[in-house]
Write a protein that binds this ligand. Structure first.
Ligand SMILES: NC(=O)c1ccc[n+]([C@@H]2O[C@H](COP(=O)([O-])OP(=O)(O)OC[C@H]3O[C@@H](n4cnc5c(N)ncnc54)[C@H](OP(=O)(O)O)[C@@H]3O)[C@@H](O)[C@H]2O)c1
Length: 496
């Protein structure tokens, strides 16, 4: 086995690696769970293939991984992706498509995948879904997780189904919502619909079960509920978080707040945008508790307590070592995800700001890669924050979304209301706007050498208006751009 990495979750897993079984396919590898699973499988010397919709999103993330581009909603792309695969992890989830579309997309993706797995004669599928009592009316989110499990199971390939409730770890949406609510709200109202029970599990525990299932043949074709050892209410979870953070918080029960309003307010106070908050909060109506502990017969290890999981998540944050985050996955089919080079018409709305400096390319680029998040946008931070607040009010992603790491950047990372589209070390950083805009926008930072051994630092803004209002928007904000971008490049040079 590779050198032991203390940060890996599966070092003490009771099962033994069996890399000889052949190719393991990880779908959803750009997502929160998939992105943590891949390095664990690699460390156990499995031959890993990742299935992604855009190769650039993982191209430089892992070495020794085979990348295959396929879309579960396009059945003709799946056979090649699944060819020669022994076991596939099914971690596809379309929550980001929004409440109108995600359920249908999730079911269709599962059906297509199941059929392709049958055709390619896979030996196993391992799926992680959600907990919930099937006898009660479930939220659309939990219902969709159950239906996906049902569709996968209808195929010929033995499918292991894991059902989990809230997953706690650095970068998980649930953890970030709880933490920010506790941090930002002195008086926390607990709505009646959230007085349900939940059995949270640490991300570490989830990954260990996913890997362990691959290594214990007897888990094939079975359904397992996985959770930590405690059953808690959401109020208890908030109280534990407050205690750990040393915050004195008051709790009030209320029957007045509906989920839509509560989610909207919560999204303004946390980094997580309203569609995702609403989706998770709607699931708070259901008890999410394990029906049994059967998995412990096959994989007997101690799961972390809720408190321990929180402490580990906070420690990862302090070390600036968040491996994956809820904001990583983004549906490329979404119109916002159009890349700059994919725009067919010439972009007419552009502005460019340049500065020549004697600072080195590497230090200029390092500073560029640290903008946003806690670092802010230098002297114009307040303007960016106001724009971010407006975006949140309009139910956009806002600037409070922050970033995964203060220092490191990789393709697909978010920086406030931007997403990294292209990154060429010491040369170029291209950001795509995900804020509410009457058009599409990009921001490109470049560093290039000049003839007299200096460097040229440039920021280009590109904008494609959707309509007349979009054009007016551009001209209204142009004077602000002149101030903001000139200040930005000056500060980058100064801090480099
Ligand atoms: N995260 C949690 O707290 C949690 C809790 C309980 C259960 N779970 C379960 O764990 C599983 C994984 O969740 P997650 O949080 O890791 O999800 P996630 O971060 O939202 O990632 C979803 C993944 O699905 C991929 N995907 C979406 N549509 C696709 C399509 N049509 N074809 C191919 N790939 C597609 C996305 O790839 P792109 O990059 O191409 O968009 C992304 O990698 C889900 O079943 C979820 O219910 C998660």
């Amino acid at each position: 086995m590779n050198q032991i990495d203390e940060n890996l979750f599966c070092n003490d897993l009771p099962s033994k690696p069996k890399p000889e079984i052949g190719t393991i396919l990880v779908t959803g590898a750009t997502g929160y769970i998939g992105g943590r699973l891949v390095p664990e499988l690699l460390a156990r010397e499995y031959r890993v293939r990742v299935m992604v919709r855009s190769a650039s999103s993982v191209a430089e993330r892992w070495t020794d991984v085979e990348i295959v581009v396929a879309d579960a909603l396009k059945p003709d792309t799946l056979d090649l992706a699944l060819k020669g695969v022994h076991t596939a992890y099914y971690l596809i989830h379309s929550l980001m498509l929004g409440k109108k579309n995600f359920e249908t997309a999730d079911i269709q993706a599962a059906v297509n995948f199941r059929d392709a797995a049958n055709r390619q004669q896979l030996k196993r599928i391992i799926y992680l879904g959600g907990l919930g009592d099937m006898e009660t009316p479930l939220s659309p989110h939990l219902r969709s997780r159950m239906r996906v499990a049902h569709e996968l199971k209808r195929g010929k390939v033995p499918t292991t189904i894991f059902r989990a409730a809230v997953i706690i770890g650095s970068g998980s949406a649930s953890y970030e919502i709880i933490k920010h609510l506790v941090r930002n709200v002195p008086i926390l109202t607990i709505p009646k619909w959230a007085c349900t029970k939940c059995q949270p599990i640490s991300i570490r525990g989830v990954i260990k079960y996913l890997v362990g299932a691959l290594e214990v043949d007897a888990t094939a074709g079975k359904l397992f509920d996985i959770g930590g050892d405690e059953i808690l209410t959401y109020e208890q979870m908030l109280r534990i978080q407050a205690e750990i953070m040393g915050k004195k918080r008051f709790f009030i029960s209320t029957s007045l707040m509906n989920i839509g309003l509560y989610s909207y307010v919560a999204s303004l106070l946390t980094p997580v945008p309203v569609p995702l908050v609403r989706c998770l909060m709607t699931s708070c109506k259901n008890d999410v508790v394990c029906d049994d502990e059967d998995i412990k017969k096959f994989l007997p290890f101690k799961t972390l307590s809720y408190r321990e999981a929180i402490l580990r998540a906070m420690s990862r944050e302090e070390q600036d070592d968040i491996r994956t985050r809820w904001s990583d996955a983004y549906p490329p089919a979404h119109e916002l995800a159009m890349k700059l080079h994919e725009v067919k018409e010439a972009i007419r709305f552009t502005s460019s700001y340049t500065l020549e400096t004697d600072k080195s390319r590497s230090s200029l680029f390092r500073t560029i890669c640290q903008i946003g998040g806690k670092e802010g946008w230098f002297n114009s931070s307040i303007l960016w924050r106001m724009r971010g607040l407006l975006d949140r009010v309009l139910m956009g992603v806002g600037t409070s979304r922050g970033r995964r790491s203060t220092k490191q950047l990789r393709i697909n990372d978010v920086i406030d209301f931007w997403r990294v589209e292209e990154l060429v070390k010491n040369e170029l950083l291209l950001l795509r706007a995900e804020m509410k805009l009457p058009g599409k926008a990009w921001l490109k930072f470049t560093v290039s050498p000049t003839l007299d051994n200096n460097n040229l630092l440039t920021v280009n803004a590109y904008y494609q208006p959707r309509n007349l209002f979009g054009k007016i928007y551009w001209y209204v904000f142009l004077p602000f751009h002149i101030f903001i971008f000139n200040d930005l490049i000056k500060e980058i040079a100064k801090r480099s």
